[in-house]
Design a protein around this ligand. Sequence first.
Ligand code: ARG
Length: 459
Amino acid sequence: KKGEAWSARFSEPVSDLVKRYTASVFFDKRMAKADIEGSLAHAEMLAAQGIIPAADLEAIRKGMAQIAAEIDAGQFEWLLDLEDVHLNIEKRLTELAGDAGKRLHTGRSRNDQVATDIRLYVRSAIDDITGLLAQLRTALLDLAERHADTILPGFTHMQVAQPITFGHHMLAYVEMFGRDAERMADCRKRVNRLPLGAAALAGTTFPIDRLRVAQTLGFDDVCHNSLDAVSDRDFAIEFTAAASLIMTHVSRMSEELVIWMSPRVGFIDIADRFCTGSSIMPQKKNPDVPELARGKTGRVYGHLMGLLTLMKGQPLAYNKDNQEDKEPLFDTVDTVVDTLRIFADMAGGITVKPEAMRAAALQGYATATDLADYLVKKGLPFRDAHEAVAHAVRTCVDAGCDLADLSLEQLRQFSPLIGDDVFAVLTLEGSVAARDHVGGTAPNQVRAAIARIRSQLAM
Ligand code: ARG
């Protein structure tokens, strides 16, 4: 005989297919720890309020300790018949604690219970991800520091634009992942509110103390409307949106790593342990990790769209649709956690090839803007300076040489303001060093930024 919590109401059992279709235990059992934690806080409050006897609380605590041990040991028997993690644990508790187990659900519904469990789960995921973002940023800072002076071409439209330092380029990602951490912290504020006490949807007739439960579980506050408490999943959507942006940043970085590692570019090498070979081409070493991360970004975006769509047509309050929030959430957490962990590790396995970067920066007239700025400083209006340098570049393109290859005589044909101090301006080092203000690519600015971010991370 099945043991559903609601079986007496029904005249026939659900079919096996429906049972499988409606059950969630095989994925929501990963919230078991949160479920037990929430139940213990609830039971403790029920006892403190005199709603259940103190002896029941003791029996519930003992039973839950055993259940937690059984789950840890892989000995807990999860039953499809019991639908979800909540009913599985409650049933086992009742086996172990008798009537005390049956009293646990007083003043509570699975609707507020599940909402509480997911919030606990997402909160701990946010904390993990925040830690991993800090690890990744630290690894990127180390890489930036080693290459504060290494020059490579900066690109716009994938065309050589101006020389930049590799450290500066890495710091761009440190900024992005820093905003991701801020977004996680902000999302956490809205995650960290307690739905429990909303019961099914309207609240409960028992004299509960919601603030006490909130405090026990480390929530900052309770959800202030019972209907909203059981049906809100915006916190999950918000989390997935923040996760999507993390993956956007990872994916952009991945794209650059893949390009940089291509032998046609050859700016970097990635340690063998992050790459794989080809089953047919013996020479291949492929940047699988960044490629896969770029690909996995799609699934996280998909989960965001899935969750948004899940919510849009639901009337208040709880609907079974909400059970569909878990798999996208869990997969988002797994994907982001694994990806960040690997990237934090891989950053240390990136070998930069300064000669290849330098050679590329010397092609494409990367210091043309510096020449224009030079003329402006000699008194020429910027638009005229731009035009004069455009003529010079045109001449170089035709002659197949660089601006610095022109003689002073040749350069002076484009503007008589040019003097022999121009050659310092046309060097890569001069170009980057001259961009010496907050946010600029100059090596000393890169070092200052690294120090500033390191001290923020230490706080
Ligand atoms: N497994 C359900 C979920 O994930 C738990 C809540 C079920 N509540 C209900 N009234 N059927 O949302």
